[in-house]
Design a protein around this ligand. Structure first.
Ligand SMILES: *[C@@H]1O[C@H](CO)[C@@H](O)[C@H](O)[C@H]1NC(C)=O
Ligand SMILES: *[C@@H]1O[C@H](CO)[C@@H](O)[C@H](O)[C@H]1NC(C)=O
Length: 223
């Protein structure tokens, strides 16, 4: 009992520490904050740089993903909204409003042909444990719901950039100033000659070739 109680206290304390010392402080637009990552998950080997720039309005989260060092721009042109675009090349954000390690969170992805994947993930083990429940609830009509996306390829510059806005109401998160969220950001890299193998690049290393490890999510504060 005492052991359980102290474990509980420990997790409360670590949540408080994370909230007072976030990995990222997101300002109100038009100010922005930017973070970048350059390593593979889980090996830590080099990845071409990916950056994510964030800001908020009272009703939307703005995300600008930029992939550098891109040579493949590889996607399946037959795929459309909520198809398995993650089999090819994507940039991704996992998003949860709250400071604990989530069991349900939003997975947002965009591909070089401007297609998005939009789903709440149900991951009660928090680590996508084998033989445990893991499910999706898709947002079927993201553009009717107020999402926006715009993706620009610069093949000469080996770069692609995607600007997205995501409605904060999706998270019961309007007027987010002062709230603490958990997020992780990823990029997959593959090519016609290496498909279906992928390089997995990430902001917070999950320690496995598996993005769905929620204790690894970073802490993000809206300021
Ligand atoms: C933000 O959300 C509001 C409605 O909630 C919408 O009218 C507006 O166009 C959105 N802004 C952007 C930049 O998408
Ligand atoms: C990307 O898709 C969105 C949603 O359909 C559309 O509004 C936007 O114009 C597209 N951008 C490009 C560059 O194709």
């Amino acid at each position: 009992m005492r052991f359980l109680a102290s474990l509980h206290t420990l997790s409360l304390v670590s949540a408080l520490v994370a909230a007072s010392n976030p990995d990222l402080k997101v300002p109100k637009c038009p100010s922005t904050v930017s973070t970048k990552f350059t390593t593979q998950i889980p090996s830590g080997a080099a990845c071409p740089q990916t950056s994510v720039e964030l800001c908020y309005t009272n009703t939307n989260l703005s995300l600008v993903f930029t992939a550098l060092g891109e040579t493949n721009f590889y996607y399946d042109p037959k795929q459309t909204t909520n198809d398995n675009i993650w089999e090819y090349e994507v940039m991704e954000a996992f998003i949860y409003k709250g400071s604990d390690d989530p069991q349900t969170y939003f997975e947002y992805e965009v591909s070089p042909n401007n297609v998005t994947f939009n789903a709440f993930i149900f991951n009660p083990s928090r680590v996508r444990k084998a033989h445990k429940p893991f499910d999706h609830a898709y947002i079927a009509e993201p553009f009717s719901d107020g999402f926006t996306v715009d993706t620009v390829l610069d093949k000469k510059g080996k770069k692609w950039t995607s600007r997205s806005t995501i409605p904060l109401a999706l998270f019961n998160g309007e007027n987010p100033r002062g709230t603490t969220w958990r997020m992780n950001f990823f990029r997959t890299i593959t090519s016609p000659s290496t498909f279906p193998n992928q390089q997995l690049c990430g902001w917070k290393n999950t320690g496995q070739a598996n993005f769905h490890i929620t204790p690894s999510f970073g802490t993000v504060q809206f300021v």
